[in-house]
Every structure is written in C-alpha cells, then in structure tokens.
Design a protein around this ligand. Structure first.
Ligand code: AMP
Length: 280
C-alpha cells in the first residue's frame, strides 16, 4: 500500500497501535538499492509491521546541492519494498510534511558542527526535523538507519535520547558493491571513469584498517595514509578525512577508545561518503 497523505499514514499507524502491533520505520529518500532493502529486512525482524518512507527532504539540501536532480523511481521503489516485507510506503509531497507556515525545526548542535555538518550547514537540522516528523506521524517503535551515514545515525540516537522520543534506533552495516564501493543512490551520477575513481574511498579505508590492525594508533599517520590513496584517483578531491571518537565524534590524536575513520570525497561533482569503525 502506498500513502501520500500524512493523515492517512497516521490513521494506518493508529490502527496498528490499537491492534497492539510494534511498528518499524525505514526512512529513505528513494531510488532504492540493496543497502536500503537490508534496513527494511532488519526492520521486519524487529517489528510486527514495517513502513518505509520515500521522501526527498528539501530541508536537508543546501541551495547549491542536488535536490532537484536527486534520482527518483517511486514505482521501482514500491516493488522492491513490497518484496522486502514492507506493508506501507509513505511517499508524501513536500507540502504534506511542510505545510504553509511550517516554522518549527529540530536543531542538533555540537554533533552537527563537525564532519559533514561542517561542509553542509543546516543539513542535520533538516535531517532531524524530518526524522522527528516521520517518527511522530508513523508512531514507530523502532526505526532502522544505515551506518553508511554514521554521523546521521549518531545524531539521531542523540536526538532520541535528548527529546525522550521512545523510539528504538537500530543501525545496520554498510552494504557494498562487490568491488567495495558503498552503495548509494548518488552513485548513479558517476561517469565510468569516476566510478573507478570512487573505489578510492573504500581502498583508503581498507589501508587505514590494515595499518590500525598492525598497531598504528596515531590518527595523523592514518589520515595521511588515506589521503595518499585518495590522491591517486584523478577525479577525486578530499572534503575531509577524520578519525573521531565513535560516540562523540570529537577528533582523536591517538586511538585509545572506539573510533571511526570518516571521509567525504568529491568524485567529479559527486560527493560520496564512507567510514570504517576502528575498534581494537
Ligand atoms: P538515503 O535514501 O540515502 O537517505 O538513505 C536512507 C537510509 O539508508 C539511511 O539510513 C542510510 O544510512 C541507509 N543507507 C544508504 N546507503 C546504505 C548502504 N550502502 N548500506 C547501508 N545502509 C545504507
């Protein structure tokens, strides 16, 4: 079933709650790939009924970003989601979630000031606002997010804790193409040469992980290793490569507690992100 109206989605949710069912939610921006579907399958395991949203959220895009050309394929998405066990697809028009006069946002602070938040001002304000809206409309008990967007799921966990939202946030591992590229709806923008260069992200993270496993703990050394690998790809330009505390996202000089190596790279005009946990 596909629903476009927030009121209809809420009515569906009310009925599930009345029947004592546990609702799972998978928020997406559509143009779905295996990474998204892995979240849907995980939600199926954790909930009695699963809803997914397909909504390219305007408030999380900057004025010069790809909102209008973001890839869309609602029909294909609905078919894939049904196969993955999703009962309801919520695909609203922007005005359903942001009616005229909409004036109330959820604004994360410190966690949103680093990594992608530093390059994309306002991005996580848009993300938190729409996720909060989706949580409220769907009345979900559990929501599944991908670790591909590590900062995003970290910020959402903190929002849920800080605002007492009563949603169980579950994170799912990064799903990759056979050659290592993290799946992303934006990979469709890559030319054949850029697609090859995009492998630099997972290669760089592989090099970092190997050095870490061999005992290297100096963040600066690991970062320069990653930058070296990315530097070999002609169309790739580093936005950031950082090693941060896994929960607080604060930069680390030495890795002495669970950490994440996170990176964002422009491949041609396409901004790609990837990350790897570094846990001894
Ligand atoms: P998006 O449609 O890009 O907003 O992503 C929707 C959800 O899918 C987010 O929770 C993402 O972290 C997750 N996701 C996107 N790509 C992947 C991937 N390759 N592996 C796992 N989860 C992913």
């Amino acid at each position: 079933m596909i629903l476009g109206e927030a009121k209809a989605f809420r009515a569906w949710a009310d009925e599930q709650v009345a029947r004592g069912r546990r609702i799972g939610l998978v928020p997406t921006m559509g143009y779905l790939h295996e990474g998204h579907l892995s979240l849907a399958r995980l939600a199926r395991e954790r909930a009695d009924v699963v809803a997914a949203s397909v909504f390219v959220n305007p408030t999380q895009f900057g004025p010069k970003e790809d909102f209008s050309r973001y890839p869309r394929d609602l029909e294909g998405d609905v078919a894939k989601l049904a196969k993955a066990g999703v009962e309801v697809v919520f695909a609203p028009a922007p005005g359903e979630l942001y009616p005229p006069g909409f004036d109330t946002y959820v604004v994360p602070e410190r966690l949103a000031s680093v990594l992608c938040g530093a390059s994309r001002p306002g991005h996580f304000r848009g993300v938190c606002t729409v996720v909060h809206l989706l949580f409220r409309v769907s009345r979900c008990h559990v929501a599944v997010f991908g670790e591909k967007d590590y900062q995003q799921v970290t910020i959402i966990r903190r929002m849920v804790r800080d605002l007492w939202l009563d949603v169980d946030v579950v994170s799912a591992p990064i799903v990759r193409e056979p050659d290592g590229l993290a799946m992303s709806s934006r990979n469709v923008y890559l030319s054949p040469d850029e697609r090859k260069d995009a492998l630099a992200l997972s290669r760089a993270l592989g090099a970092v992980e190997r050095a870490f496993c061999a005992g290297e703990r100096e963040a600066a050394k690991l970062v320069s290793l990653a930058r070296g690998v990315i530097g070999e790809a002609r169309s790739a330009r580093v936005d950031y490569v950082e090693i941060v505390d896994a929960d607080e996202l604060t930069p680390l000089a030495r890795i002495e507690r669970p950490a994440v190596c996170a990176l964002a790279v422009l491949v041609g005009k396409t901004r790609l992100i990837d990350n790897r946990k570094l846990v001894a």
